[in-house]
Every structure is written in C-alpha cells, then in structure tokens.
Design a protein around this ligand. Structure first.
Ligand code: GLY
Length: 341
C-alpha cells in the first residue's frame, strides 16, 4: 500500500507527488498518458494582471504562489523550464480599451499589487514593436512566465528522483489525491467543468528570439489576447474562453486571436503559424480552485481554471502539508471543496 496515490500527472499532480516523496512518503502517480490542460497553456505567471474584481481570496493565493515561484524554478532549473522574469505589459489599443485597463489597474493597485500606468511612449520604449496605435496601458514587473511543456518533464524528473513512481495502475493508498483537472469531476464528484481555450504557437523568422521580451496582455478593440515570447523564438498567442466541451480549433477562434495579436504587435504577421490547438481549463463555479479533503482518505487539488501553472508551487506545498498533518493550512479556507454544498 502506498502512503499517497496522486491521480493526474499534470503539473499540480506531479508537484504534489514530488513534495510528498521528498518528505519520505511512498508515492505513485496515476498517469493516463493523455496531455492535460498544461499542454495548451501559455505558462503566464500573472498574479497581478490576472487579479479581477471580487476574487480577493484567489488573488492572495496567486500572489503567495508567485512568491514561491523563483525558488521552485531554481530547484527544477530555471533555464531548463523556460522560467523568464521579464515582466508583463498590459496594452490597450483604443480609448475604450484603456478605460477598461485603467479600471482594473486602479483596483489592482488598491490591493497593494505592483502595477504602474504607462503612457504610449513608455510602452514603446519598453517594446518598440508595439503598434503606434496603442493608447496606453500598465506595467506589472512581477508577472513572469514559464514554459509548461518544459515544466512537466522537469517535474516528472524531480518527482521520480525523489522516489515517486509514475504508473498506469496505482496500488491502493492511505491517501488519494485527485489532481485530474477536468477529469476530477468524474473521479471525485467535484464541480469542475471544462472551459475551452484555443491557443496558437507562432515562430519568429530564423528561430531568432522574438523582437519583444515582455509578456503582452492586450486589449484590442474589445478583444483580449496575450502574447508570450520565448527565447527559442516561439510566441504563444492565447486564448479564447468558451463554455464548450469540444476540442475543435475554429477558423473564427484563430482569426480573432491573430487579429487581436497583430493589432498590438503588427510584426507577428510575418511569423510562422506552427500550431493551433484547443485545451480545457478546469473551471469551478467561482473560478477558484478546490483544494482539501472530500472524504476519508481523499483530497482534491483541482479546479485551478486559468491559474494552474502559477498555482502549482503553493498547491503542492499546502497539499503535502495536509497529507502529512491532516490539518488544512488556514490559507486553504476559501478553497474548501465543500463550499458550494
Ligand atoms: N491563464 C490564461 C488562460 O487560461 O488563458
């Protein structure tokens, strides 16, 4: 019998397995071999620019997890996982977009989060490739990025080096941790639903690093898109948010994303389009994760919705604590899985 079986081999499940194994527990991870939401994810670590009205508890958890990210990345090898601390520019194309950005920025600033307004010239000084049409925006220096497709193999290595086994059919365990993303609804009966996101991968000519280095979170004439530049020349452009269960890439989805992205950074029209895929975020009724016990010997760590990558370190640490002590950290109070009962 294992001490812990983790159901789900995405970043959250692997990081939990790693942390538990490192504490001396016998751990198996059940891996169905299918790529989860992480395979589509851009890997923005945006606790500030992803803080929205009415989500104060979630924001606090995002900020706490982001605080743990530099150490977490260093343990895995920051370069190996594509961790890049280059900051995020929030960019508005029109006057209406700027009004939307400003409303949110004032709220984010009122929480004490690091975000400063930017005039068009200041934005273009930071990123000369931004369209001359941009009307203004904001700079969030602490919002970073990581490459989920590098993160997951690194976490597999870290978990197995610590003694965890990744298997198809795990043995029974004293504690089962369900970290199965959208599959958690079927496994643990929790209210998680798939929220489709279409996302594109472009490549700068000659595999050169793209001509911009900040993550760009754009508001483009009422459309939203983000651009995440990687050192290897990749630019991830995302993402649609659709209440749909199919995984089709649609002409409309691709054209909306490309239009918004090229309105903000016209040069991307010259980039190669190398991939268009759709994934499903595990959404919950209040957009916040479900982390805690759901029954005797069963813990869930799921429903991370748009924030799975940024919330990986704090989720792993707090779930490992819970497995070890049986007592949930007070930080987990707002995320109790039974809160919708
Ligand atoms: N975290 C960004 C997204 O879900 O699209």
């Amino acid at each position: 019998m294992n001490d812990v079986t983790v159901v789900g081999a995405g970043p959250i499940g692997l990081a939990i397995a790693w942390r538990c194994a490192a504490r001396g527990m016998t751990v198996e991870v059940a891996d169905d071999g299918l790529p989860g939401a992480w395979h589509a994810a851009a890997g923005m670590l945006g606790p500030v620019s992803e803080s929205y009205f009415g989500e104060g508890a979630l924001t606090a958890l995002l900020v706490e997890s982001a605080r743990r990210w530099p150490g977490f990345a260093a343990e895995l090898g920051a370069e190996e996982i594509g961790y890049r601390a280059s900051g995020t520019l929030v960019v508005a194309l029109t006057g209406d977009d700027l009004a939307e950005v400003e409303r949110l920025r004032v709220y984010q600033e009122s929480l004490g989060l690091p975000i400063t307004p930017q005039r068009p010239g200041e934005l273009r000084d930071r990123e000369p490739l931004l369209s001359p049409r941009v009307r203004g925006g904001a700079y969030a220096p602490d919002d970073h990025q990581v490459d989920p497709r590098r993160l997951v193999p690194a976490l597999r290595g870290a978990a197995t080096s610590a003694g965890a086994a990744i298997v198809r059919e795990p043995r029974p365990a004293r504690i089962t941790v369900v970290a199965a993303g959208t599959g958690s609804a079927a496994v643990a009966g929790v209210p998680v639903r798939p929220v489709k996101g279409q996302i594109l991968r472009l490549r700068a000519p000659g595999h050169q690093p793209p001509g911009f280095s900040h993550v760009i979170r754009g508001y483009a004439d009422g459309r939203h898109a983000y651009l995440v530049p990687r050192l290897d020349g990749e630019v991830v452009v995302g993402a649609t948010v659709e209440e749909r269960t199919d995984a089709h890439v649609t002409a409309g989805g691709v054209s909306e994303l490309l239009r918004a992205a090229a309105d903000l950074v016209p040069e991307i029209n010259e980039y190669e389009l190398v991939e268009a895929i759709a994934g499903h975020r595990p959404g919950t009724p209040d957009n916040a994760p479900l982390i805690g016990a759901v029954g005797e010997g069963v813990i869930v760590a799921t429903g991370h919705y748009r924030h799975g990558i940024v919330l990986t370190p704090v989720t792993a640490d707090l779930v490992a604590d819970l497995v070890e002590t049986g007592v949930p950290d007070p930080m987990l109070g707002p995320f109790a899985p039974g809160r919708f009962a």
